[in-house]
Write a protein that binds this ligand. Structure first.
Ligand code: ZN
Ligand code: ZN
Length: 423
């Protein structure tokens, strides 16, 4: 039997009640989003489903991570990965299963929660594929590993799982595979070799001034003016210090200072995020940020040097060329070539690559279309994709369940069976 026959046989399992069950599971996860490293409910549900399917399950890997192993005779070990965390976003999809969940941040403030990046879809699809592959285990040989990873959004969960002896516990896989839902037409998969997602670094910078009365600026060092000058000068870094042939972005996404209109604050905090595909450019950006921030502080007469704190750091996501070609062929055979499109490099970032890089094995990360195909086509014709097809992290991001969910299950199942032995 060839790999694609095995996929067909295994996928038959989705024709029964499983699809309805997965739909309910997805809606439930969507209603109950959890922040990075707080995915306890999600992890418990994922672990339950793996146990029910016959996997050996380890929970609490790197915090809330879950690793399920299904040993099924001689053959390669294939790891499939899904991330579980949600975002502090107020959902505005109007869906009947929209989230109204909230939680408290580190400062005790109430914040909204939403699966605005589709990680609930990733968990559902991996649960579905694990169930199908377990039920169809007479069609393949090898070891299947299902990884439910915490805290992707803060670039910490993959590393936390690896640091918690993940590969000692599950063995070293031969390949690591994962997918992400994007605002592309649902029912399609997007896959390309090489560098597909950027590096990312987030840095918090505290700028120190000297506070005082707003009527007496001469007695102060105004951190608001210092922050404003710093933000503007930082906007010249990509424009003036990075070659136009490179891809880079520097965004100052947060700026905070002061509590009252007649008090000049003591300090200001800015948080910035940089992305690029090149380690050289990354180094240039980091050095320029430090230089500009320190120089602006000196120009303002700040009495204390700014402080820098790295919040998170994502590696480059790069797909192994040979493994990607093998996978693209398998997807084309299963979905038809018209449903397999190129994944253009995105400035977004992922910590998925940590697994393959640490294990020293190839990994492939592909995109799963999640947008209603008609809405997408209409928006594309009208040149209104940005306006009419909400992207990841938008409060309106809402993958259509059909056909996104079954396509995601099928993509993972196909990918796993591309490496597992199919006699
Ligand atoms: Zn995200
Ligand atoms: Zn994501």
């Amino acid at each position: 039997m060839s790999g694609s026959d095995a996929v067909g046989a295994v996928m038959k399992g989705l024709e029964g009640p499983l699809l309805d069950e997965l739909t309910t599971f997805y809606q439930d996860l969507h209603r109950h989003p959890e922040l990075s490293f707080a995915e306890e409910r999600t992890a418990a549900l994922a672990a339950d489903r793996l146990r029910a399917a016959g996997f050996e399950v380890t929970t609490g890997v790197g915090g809330t991570g879950v690793a399920g192993v299904l040993r099924n005779g001689e053959g390669p070990t294939v790891a499939l990965r899904a991330d579980m965390d949600a975002l502090p976003v107020l959902e505005a999809t109007g869906l009947p299963y929209a989230s109204t969940a909230t939680t408290r941040d580190a400062e005790g403030r109430q914040i909204p929660l939403m699966h605005a990046c589709g990680h609930d879809m990733h968990v559902t699809c991996l649960s579905g594929a694990a169930t199908l592959l377990a039920a169809g285990r007479d069609r393949w040989r090898g070891t299947l590993v299902a990884l439910f990873q915490p805290a992707e959004e803060i670039a910490a969960g993959a590393q936390a799982m690896v640091d918690d002896r993940l590969f000692d516990r599950i063995g070293t896989p031969d390949v690591v595979l994962g997918q992400h839902v994007f605002p592309s037409p649902a029912g399609t998969v997007l896959v390309s070799p090489g560098e597909i997602l950027a590096t990312a670094d987030s840095i918090e910078i505290r700028l120190y001034g000297r506070g005082g009365h707003s009527s007496q600026p001469e007695r102060t060092v105004d951190p608001v003016v210092l922050a404003a000058a710093t933000v503007m000068r930082l906007q010249t870094v990509v424009a003036r210090e990075v070659s136009p042939f490179e891809r880079a972005v520097l965004t100052v996404a947060q700026i905070h200072a002061g509590h009252k209109e007649n008090v000049i604050a003591d300090e200001a905090t800015i948080t910035l995020n940089i992305r690029t595909f090149s380690t050289d450019v990354r180094r240039t950006l980091l050095a320029a940020i430090e230089r500009v921030v320190n120089a602006e502080a000196a120009a303002s007469g700040a009495t204390r040097s700014p402080e820098f704190r790295t919040l998170n750091s994502f590696p480059l996501t790069s797909n192994d060329a040979a493994a990607t070609e093998k996978l693209r062929d398998a997807f084309a055979a299963r979905f038809g070539p018209e449903r397999v499109t190129e994944m253009k490099p995105l400035m977004g970032s992922e910590d998925f690559g940590v697994f393959g890089a640490t294990a020293g094995v190839p990994s492939v990360f592909w995109g799963l279309g999640g947008a209603d195909a008609e809405v997408y086509a209409r928006a594309e014709r009208a040149g209104r994709l940005a306006e009419d097809v909400p992207g990841n992290h938008s409060p309106a991001f809402a993958p259509v369940i059909l056909p996104t969910l079954p396509a995601g299950v099928e993509a993972l199942t196909t990918a796993a069976l591309t490496w597992l032995n199919t006699p």
